[in-house]
Design a protein around this ligand. Structure first.
Ligand SMILES: NC(=O)c1ccc[n+]([C@@H]2O[C@H](COP(=O)([O-])OP(=O)(O)OC[C@H]3O[C@@H](n4cnc5c(N)ncnc54)[C@H](O)[C@@H]3O)[C@@H](O)[C@H]2O)c1
Length: 244
């Protein structure tokens, strides 16, 4: 993949799939800025842009984009990847937990896409949102998460229609279970870590979990000129989880 000269913003790029995407974009020659809540400090140099920001908060998002714009005049690719899990039966899901999942997994996609669109229209750029295979199937104890991810898929389709004439492509990637800190946090389940891992692997016909790099490759493809006729799509990379 050759993305020399491209400017890429990865939201939720400090860990897991996002961090793999950051590495992959850098390896392809792109300049990468990262927004993530977990950064301890801001780094704004010629070569490194890392901004701590809660992407569910419009004020913080506006501030982060203002800082980015103080460094970059253009933006070619936006990756909306920040996400959190919420594993709880509905009756145990608090309003605060519901709002947090919607805020991080869905509202952040709205806020960052809105903030980035003027620059993306100018560059005829691309957006890739990270949804989930759980956008297409139900999952017990995942009502908030699955609702948010399904919404990301249809947000993607509608925005793709809205900005197609401006030359901006909008797609989403729908990973299956990928071995990241987010997934590992779910391993406290009733079956214990190994039981949970075995259960998860058993749901993937390919017979293993995904690797962050495998999802990063899909994100790169969707945002690259190789996918120039692809917009509004929900690419499933789930080791066969949703085949049946
Ligand atoms: N790991 C999986 O099995 C899997 C499967 C399907 C979809 N996904 C999705 O992939 C994306 C990345 O997940 P991951 O598994 O790499 O998880 P991860 O926890 O390793 O990474 C998520 C990143 O998002 C950041 N983040 C969380 N809340 C934030 C906020 N409010 N503001 C800014 N940044 C925030 C975290 O700090 C972290 O760096 C998420 O959207 C997740 O829902 C993951």
């Amino acid at each position: 993949m050759e993305l020399h000269g491209k400017k890429v913003l990865v939201c939720g790029g400090a860990s897991g799939i996002g961090a793999a995407a950051v590495q992959a974009y850098r390896a392809a020659g792109a300049s990468v800025a990262v927004f993530d809540i977990s950064f301890k400090e801001e780094r704004l140099t010629e070569t490194i842009i890392e901004i701590p920001v809660d992407l569910s908060d419009s004020g913080q998002v506006d501030e982060a984009f203002a800082k980015l714009e103080s460094r970059w005049d253009t933006l070619d690719i936006l990756v909306n990847n920040a996400g959190i899990e919420c594993v709880a039966e509905l009756e145990d899901t608090s309003e605060a937990a519901w709002d947090r999942v919607m805020g991080v997994n869905l509202k952040s996609v709205f806020l960052c896409s809105k903030a980035a669109l003027p620059k993306l229209k100018a560059s005829r750029g691309a957006i890739v949102n990270t949804a989930s295979q759980l956008a297409f199937v139900g999952a017990s104890s995942f009502t908030a998460y699955t609702a948010a991810k399904a919404a990301v898929v249809n947000f993607t389709r509608s925005l793709a229609l809205e900005v197609a004439a401006d030359g901006v492509r909008v797609n989403c990637i729908c990973p299956g279970a990928v071995d990241t800190p987010l997934l590992r946090r779910q391993f406290e389940g009733r079956r214990g870590p190994q039981g949970t891992l075995d259960d998860l692997v058993g749901m993937h016909p390919i017979g293993r979990l995904g690797k962050p790099e495998e999802i990063a490759n899909c994100i790169l493809f969707l945002s690259s000129p190789l996918a120039s006729f692809v917009t509004g799509s929900a690419m499933i990379a789930d080791g066969g989880y949703t085949i049946h």
